[in-house]
Design a protein around this ligand. Sequence first.
Ligand code: FMN
Length: 163
Amino acid sequence: MRVLIAYATHAGSTAEIATFIASELKNHGISAEVKEIREVIDPGEYDRLIIGGPIYVGRMKEVEEFCKQHQATIKGRLIGAFTVGMAFTGDEVKQAEARQVLDTAIAPFSPGRLGYFAGKTDPSRLSFFERTALKVVKAPIGDFRDWNAIRTWITGVADDLRG
Ligand SMILES: Cc1cc2nc3c(=O)[nH]c(=O)nc-3n(C[C@H](O)[C@H](O)[C@H](O)COP(=O)(O)O)c2cc1C
């Protein structure tokens, strides 16, 4: 069984989460490839897909475009999807909005395992434009990734992969 974790990233924090997912799956005896989403030419080469990306100004643009472009191929293969955003450090209203961003990006798919992870902001890795946008969305600065929460989610994904 070939498993792919396809991720989008701007500043690297989602890439690190994708790599962590692969290494945790390995601990469950499952090997998975990790690729940046724009390098995935044909998702049909894989039996199972896990797709994730960050939210930037209320959107998961790369994931949304990928799911639209490969809709026919993704069907029946997508077993998990995750989103990374600072909204998951916020109140329930903000979190609900951010969960909706993932739903929209992967529509019409709704895999059994959806992961919602707080992310990381590092202004030194951002352009002037991105730093300005960061202020507009009022995202906190720092690394809020909760590796234990991510690990728990992966355990569920591993169960589904063993199916
Ligand atoms: C310009 C900018 C806009 C952002 N907009 C949002 C947002 O609308 N909602 C959210 O939850 N997080 C937002 N974030 C936080 C990112 O999703 C978070 O930093 C994530 O970990 C970035 O992932 P990456 O390092 O893989 O690019 C934003 C961050 C930046 C820099």
